[in-house]
Write a protein that binds this ligand. Structure first.
Ligand SMILES: [Mg+2]
Length: 285
């Protein structure tokens, strides 16, 4: 299991005070590319976790979010002179007050909830107790704390610092990176001397963490249910069922002629059997 640094996107990695859907407008904050390269060299995986409520408000769509992320990844690699520095991007397009209906709901991925961090930890086998979060908003820090990570708040005011209670607050991204590397080295030296648990100084709220994991599980089940609600096989079954009923009706109109009636009925039974087979096939997928 590897440690990671979870990175907020807007005003942590890139300059963005509004809704950004245009990859050409991507502008990295000073020191970001060099800082990410140092974190990677120190053995941290790099994962971006970002709320993208602009999708829910119809300002831009998910394909534009993807385009912006590809540009951020490319810009970081260009500036750092390396390939694939950022491992993954996770974003939450949902918002409880979305104007676009399909995105209007509360979602466990939405910060301050820790859903994206927990999902990444599960997908990438990450060690949250040795991981960090860097962000510029109180909710970034709250999400990190809820997941049991150490946290660094960047260029935030005193009010935000006292509300968020981060492990550290610094002025720039570069300082955040230096702090993480310093703490990481100190930790290694300490654990050589005493075999303390790596996250002994961070106590995640276990109740909150459990609730977040349950929420993620619920979300997964709902997602499966949504997918199951409408499948091509189900549609086929509905059409076949209608055909079977139609065949029975046509047969009843020929009641007087036994042979013709039987032909319609046998056809109806055959179509009904196919319908049942399709329904069973759908249940198995
Ligand atoms: Mg931000």
């Amino acid at each position: 299991m590897e440690p990671a640094v979870f990175l907020d996107r807007d005003n942590t990695l890139i300059v963005n005070d509004g809704d950004l859907g245009d990859p050409r407008a991507v502008q990295l904050i000073d020191g970001v590319a060099a800082g990410l390269a140092k974190l990677r060299e120190a053995g941290f995986r790099l994962v971006v976790v970002t709320n993208q409520g602009g999708v829910a408000r119809g300002k831009y769509d998910e394909s534009q979010v993807d385009a912006v992320h590809q540009e951020i990844a490319a810009a970081v690699d260009r500036d750092a002179g390396r390939e694939g520095l950022i491992d993954r991007f996770y974003y939450c397009p949902y918002h409880p007050e979305a104007t676009v209906e399909q995105y209007r709901r509360d979602h466990p991925w939405r910060k301050p909830r820790p859903g994206m961090i927990l999902q990444a930890a599960s997908d990438m086998r990450l060690d949250l107790g040795r991981s960090w979060v860097i962000g510029d908003q109180v909710r970034d820090i709250q999400a990190g704390r809820a997941a049991g990570c150490r946290t660094v708040l960047v260029h935030a005011g005193n009010d935000a610092v006292s509300e968020a209670q981060p492990s550290a607050a610094v002025a720039t991204f570069t300082e955040a990176v230096e702090l993480i590397l310093r703490e990481d080295t100190t930790r290694d030296l300490q654990s050589d001397r005493v075999s303390s648990s790596p996250n002994a100084d961070i106590k995640p709220d276990l109740g909150q963490l459990k609730a977040a994991i349950v929420e993620l599980g619920d979300e997964l089940r709902m997602e499966r249910a949504r997918r199951a609600a409408f499948t091509p096989l189900k549609l086929t079954a509905v059409v076949l069922q209608l055909v079977a009923v139609l065949l029975v009706l046509l047969g009843l109109m020929q009641l007087g002629q036994t042979e013709t009636f039987m032909k319609w009925m046998i056809s109806a039974v055959f179509v009904q059997l196919v319908t049942i087979a399709v329904v069973q096939a759908d249940a198995r997928t």
